[in-house]
Design a protein around this ligand. Structure first.
Ligand SMILES: [Fe+2]
Ligand SMILES: [Fe+2]
Length: 153
């Protein structure tokens, strides 16, 4: 699978999880915990693949506009990983504030996925080219295996 296909497939999965999480109510405490946990784990891996493999390759192949997109992407990752998810983990899933925070999380992530798909990936397809995207896809699949093994251990 090429790098863009792989990342887009992950994005679809995040959209599904966020949709499900967004539909839960304060009564679905267990489901909320499970969905949040799954989302957090999968986001960590996805973000790692982007920041360690895809973003650097894209930045290197591009020029200033590509570098700016990479910095923007990293900032958005940081907002979700360092702020919104940690706050959610500290919030009672049976509470109304949790519902509000989930809405923010959903909006932030959906905006980020949209920007990667509409701005970064088309640009990446141009500057990286087919062969390089295949190569990066393979590297990402390999790294995903390693990260998942480390998590399971
Ligand atoms: Fe991202
Ligand atoms: Fe992404």
């Amino acid at each position: 699978m090429n790098a863009i296909e792989l990342l887009k497939q992950d994005h679809q999965y995040f959209r599904q999880l966020l949709e499900k999480l967004g539909q839960t109510t304060e009564r679905a405490v267990k489901t909320r915990r499970e969905l949040l946990h799954r989302l957090k784990g999968e986001l960590e891996v996805h973000t790692d693949l982007e920041e360690q493999i895809f973003y650097p390759a894209f930045k290197k192949a591009g020029e200033k506009p590509e570098a700016i997109m990479v910095h923007e992407g990293r900032e958005e990752h940081r907002t979700v990983d360092a702020l919104v998810i940690p706050d959610l983990l500290k919030t009672d899933p049976g509470s109304v504030p949790f519902s509000g925070r989930v809405k923010v999380l959903k909006e932030l992530i959906e905006h980020h996925l949209e920007e990667e798909e509409k701005e970064m990936f088309p640009r990446a397809a141009k500057v990286l080219g087919k062969a390089r995207l295949e190569e990066l896809g393979q590297q990402m699949e390999e790294r995903r295996r390693v990260l998942k093994q480390a998590k399971a251990a």
